[in-house]
Design a protein around this ligand. Structure first.
Ligand code: BES
Ligand code: MN
Ligand code: ZN
Length: 495
């Protein structure tokens, strides 16, 4: 996809669609349209053919006076008051569905501050519309099939805006495109079958991302290195698998050397059977998505590269497979973590925190400005928040607030859960410094409590993305979340 910004109606567009917002009975803004076209459009709206519900669309063909064969009218409803930016996303989705019913190769969106909801800048609108529209074109095409669906026809997205908004909209569109492409990378990696997407596969993808980019340095630790370092918790998860674990670091340095790096740590469990505490078989295939945190890190790194973001960022991926086997770790095993603290593994299915705790200790060596881990960590998070938002917890309220705000601005939301010490006692163990699972209640919080014991030396936040990272059922597949939220946060850090 290619994005453009112009300040008048293009003179050509043989297979294009012009997208206009309609508020009340008027389409806005009018400046882009010749009078005779405007009249024909107004007549169609007055007839009542465009539903009054927000974001519904009506496609008109061969409107006189226009260089394009179709016009998509979209009802501009009142913005949501709880989350104004979600209204912009809904608009993008409405446009994408209307376009999907056509063979348009070019979408021309007339954008004005008038058709942006209050609380959303025209730059943000351009960004969200671009990201949504491009993300909607995504198809997973990585596996061979005898019948692949035809690729999406849409190739160009043009914003038609008043000159005075040109620079802002251009910026928004560029960011939106990079975000959507980052999401596509995250989704491709996540959707790839777990017999292909192994820890070593992820290491290869990381090296690919680093290739030819002088600002990106990639390093991979194998199990021997991890053992020497003392990462026994990480390796306890891996020991039941034939696939060797990998600890991957992608260092993107594009700011002053003196600037401390931001670190993203992704849970990269390429398949989670639960281990000896094995999971029920129904739906277990979805545990290939247990590396969506890692996939998010890849997507973010690529988007930062594409935008040339002026930051120092390290993407770290803890890549491992959790399998039951004669050599697998057992419930009751005690391991010494890289931090020196010991852990009694009461449940081998709580493996994410075991690989993350050693990784979170390991990243101390980079003297981070802040660390954010991203993990499909608990089913309890899905119970608490569903598929609407991720959970955010951390040891620095300013950092948690920043991530919350980035969620609101990107329509890729996150919601705070309390990380109070009241929950810590659930991890008490009679045989080690801590157990790897808590009791019945507050599973998403006790998982974060466990991680908090390894993050005391820096500002840290944890994102539990178990509910948002993929869809089940008929639309089964990775979503690319929370790439948009993290990109919003990082773009703010660069500014
Ligand atoms: N990867 C799972 C969490 C998960 C489960 C995410 C289902 C999305 C859907 C994680 O490794 C896990 O198994 N967590 C356990 C923790 C429990 C043993 C304390 C869980 O949530 O059941
Ligand atoms: Mn598990
Ligand atoms: Zn898991």
């Amino acid at each position: 996809m290619e994005t453009k910004v112009v300040n008048k109606l293009p003179t050509r567009g043989a297979n294009a669609a012009l997208i206009l917002s309609v508020a009340d009975r008027k389409h806005c803004p009018k400046f882009a349209i010749p009078d005779e076209s405007s009249k024909a459009i107004t007549r169609a709206v007055k007839r009542g053919d465009l539903a009054t519900t927000a974001n519904s669309t009506l496609t008109l063909h061969d409107v006189p006076g226009l260089p394009v064969p179709r016009v998509v009218l979209q009802r501009c409803g009142t913005a949501r008051t709880d989350r104004p930016i979600a209204s912009v996303e809904a608009r993008g989705e409405g446009i994408a569905s209307a376009l999907a019913a056509t063979g348009s190769d070019h979408a021309m969106i007339v954008l004005d501050s008038l058709n942006c909801p209050t609380g959303a800048s025209i730059e943000t609108c351009a960004q969200i519309l671009t990201a949504t529209l491009v993300a909607k074109q995504y198809q997973f095409r990585e596996h061979p099939r005898t019948e692949l669906p035809p690729p999406s026809a849409l190739k160009i997205l043009t914003f038609i805006v008043d000159k005075k908004f040109g620079a802002e909209v251009k910026r928004g569109a560029t960011q939106g495109l990079a975000i959507a492409q980052g999401m596509a990378l995250a989704r491709d990696l996540s959707n790839t079958a777990p017999n292909i997407c192994t820890p070593e596969y992820l290491a290869i993808q990381a090296r690919k991302l680093g290739k030819g980019d002088k600002s990106m340095q990639v390093s991979v630790l194998d199990e021997a290195r991890m053992e020497k370092l003392g990462m026994a918790a990480f390796l306890a998860v891996s020991q039941g698998s034939r696939q060797p674990a990998r600890l991957i670091a992608m260092q993107y340095n594009n700011a002053r050397k003196s600037q401390k790096p931001i670190i993203l740590v992704g849970k990269g469990v390429t398949f989670d059977t639960g281990g000896i505490s094995i999971k029920p078989s129904a739906g277990m295939d979805e545990m290939k998505f247990d590396m969506c945190g890692a996939a998010t890190v890849f997507g973010v790194m690529q988007a930062c590269q594409a935008l040339g973001l002026k930051i120092n960022l390290i993407g770290v991926v803890a890549a491992v497979e959790n399998m039951p086997d004669g050599n697998a770790c057992r419930p009751g095993d005690v391991v010494r973590t890289l931090s020196g603290q010991s852990v009694e593994i009461l449940n081998t299915d709580a493996e994410g925190r075991l690989v993350l705790c050693d990784t979170l200790t390991w990243v101390e060596r980079f003297k981070p400005h802040a660390v954010v881990d991203i993990a499909t960590l608990t089913g309890a998070c899905v119970v608490a928040l569903g598929d609407v938002c991720s959970a955010v917890l951390g040891n620095d309220s300013a950092l948690v607030d920043e991530l919350y705000a980035a969620g609101q601005e990107s329509a890729d939301t996150t919601w705070p859960l309390p990380l109070w010490i009241d929950y810590q006692h659930q991890l008490d163990s009679n045989f080690a410094d801590m157990a790897n699972v808590g009791g019945k209640g507050a599973g998403a919080i006790t998982a974060a409590c466990f991680l908090s014991r390894f993050t005391k030396n820096y500002r840290w936040a944890h994102l539990d993305i178990a509910g948002v990272a993929w869809n089940s059922g008929g639309t089964k597949g990775a979503t690319g979340r929370p790439v948009p939220m993290l990109m919003h946060w990082l773009m703010g850090q660069a500014a």
